[in-house]
Design a protein around this ligand. Structure first.
Ligand SMILES: [Zn+2]
Length: 433
């Protein structure tokens, strides 16, 4: 493993030295807020009870995650959340807060499911390393307490090499979270099909590779798919990214795929087993590719991933599908431009070059000039996102800085080439924080 997973800043519990040890997490209340309605209290109580029962199955009774040894999150029920138009709920590890966005949830029963998903995020963010269970002095995981999601790391994709990315293990994190939420509460508001297909294929491949362990008598026993799944869940809640990575590496041993490569995968077709099979199917008269050729093909797939491949949302697919999120922000941009009557209205010569100017005095940049300005702003934006993850700046600061660069420094018109795409990109990213 290249660079072992670092402990990431940004977990509420890490800033709280003396955590209340509430015996029951169901006593959670938000300060300065109205009391919950009966229905809301029922969502919380039943959701926590269901999750804790499952956690006890996985980790055993008396584990710290279900016994009230973590600082309970605050829980908000929002009628709508214009800041996050594509989400049905979220968990913020920085604020230690779960929000449920009712306009995106179809029924009270779906609300329980969304709550369970978010509560599983909360629990996995507080996962303990096995080794650390031995001491009371270090109540938090020191290596990785964020499930499979490494909050950010150095990218390995060809055109993004060396840049900071938060894409690693996002798909596996959401897949495990949602799969567990479905195991706990099946049949309503099920999301993340692609990510779950990826996880499912890993489990299938592990079974066919005869992954297993010795029993008490020292006899090797291959694991069933369920056994593999419970191992993955265990890794998830004990912050054992190394264990999960090892499972992946044993399953796909012959290909030598790196942890980062696994971490960037988003669908089953990215896995080397399927890449190899599909190549063979498409080239029936050629000898099969070597394992290293398969790895190159995998890397090419990873290189072509776009931000849309690393989406986190919990919208019920019947309410809004993945492609719709582009449309939501695109429509937001369009209506802003329309409502503010931003049109090209005059021309002006600046430093010897003639520009169209919009009704608000913004310069309408075109082609390469527009691209290069937006690229430099986007680079700073990406850096700010990394600084956000490190706890150095907040969302307000990032938004203000973006406005400053776009509108003060460059007097850029929203009608400039590429502005709409940048707008969509920026809002999606900020949504993800
Ligand atoms: Zn999620």
């Amino acid at each position: 493993m290249q660079d072992g997973p670092e402990k990431t800043a940004g977990n509420f519990n890490e800033f709280v030295s003396r955590r209340p040890r509430s015996a029951l997490l169901s006593t959670v209340k938000i300060e300065d807020e109205e009391p919950y309605t009966k229905e809301q209290q029922l969502v919380i109580d039943s959701g926590i009870k269901l999750v804790n029962t499952k956690i006890n199955d996985i980790l055993g009774d008396g584990n710290k995650l279900s016994s009230g040894d973590v600082h309970p999150p605050s829980i908000d029920f929002l009628d709508e959340d214009p800041e996050h138009p594509n989400w049905a709920g979220y968990f913020s590890s920085m604020q230690n807060k779960i929000a449920l966005i009712l306009s995106k949830i179809k029924s009270p029963i779906a609300c329980v499911k969304v709550f369970i998903h978010e509560y599983v995020h909360f629990i996995s963010h507080n996962g303990f390393d096995d080794g650390e269970l031995a001491t009371d002095k270090v109540p938090l995981a020191q290596n990785n307490n964020v499930g499979f999601r490494r909050l950010f790391g150095v990218d390995i994709r060809s055109d993004k090499k060396g840049r900071i990315t938060s894409d690693y293990f996002l798909a596996f994190n959401e897949a495990v979270t949602e799969q567990l939420a479905i195991d706990i509460f099946p049949g309503v508001h099920e999301t993340y099909d692609n990510y779950r297909d990826l996880l499912d294929q890993v489990m299938e491949d592990a079974v066919s590779k005869n992954i297993g362990s010795n029993n008490e008598k020292g006899v090797f026993q291959a694991w069933s798919k369920d056994r593999i799944k419970s191992y993955i869940y265990r890794c998830f809640f004990t912050g054992n990214l190394a264990g999960f990575t090892q499972l992946l590496q044993m399953t796909y041993e012959r290909y030598k795929i790196s942890e980062q490569q696994f971490g960037l995968m988003t669908q089953r077709d990215d896995l080397p087993s399927l890449v190899e099979n599909s190549w063979i199917t498409n080239h029936p008269n050629d000898p099969p590719p070597s394992p290293s050729q398969v790895v190159l093909m995998v890397q090419r797939r990873l290189d072509s991933k776009t931000p849309e491949d690393y989406i986190t949302d919990l919208i019920d697919s019947e309410l809004l599908d993945d492609d719709d999120r582009d449309k939501v922000y695109g429509a937001e941009y369009d209506s802003w431009v329309k409502d503010n009557n931003i049109v090209s209205s005059s021309t002006k010569v600046i430093r010897g070059k003639k520009y169209n100017i919009d009704t608000h005095g913004g310069i309408i940049y075109r082609e390469e000039e527009a691209t290069s300005i937006l690229e430099s702003i986007r680079a700073e934006f990406d850096q700010l996102l990394a600084r956000f993850e490190a706890g150095e700046v907040n969302v307000d600061y990032i938004s203000k800085r973006m406005d400053e660069l776009l509108f003060d420094k460059h007097t850029m018109s929203m009608l400039s080439d590429g502005f709409r795409d940048f707008y969509i990109y920026k809002h999606r990213k900020i949504d993800g924080l």
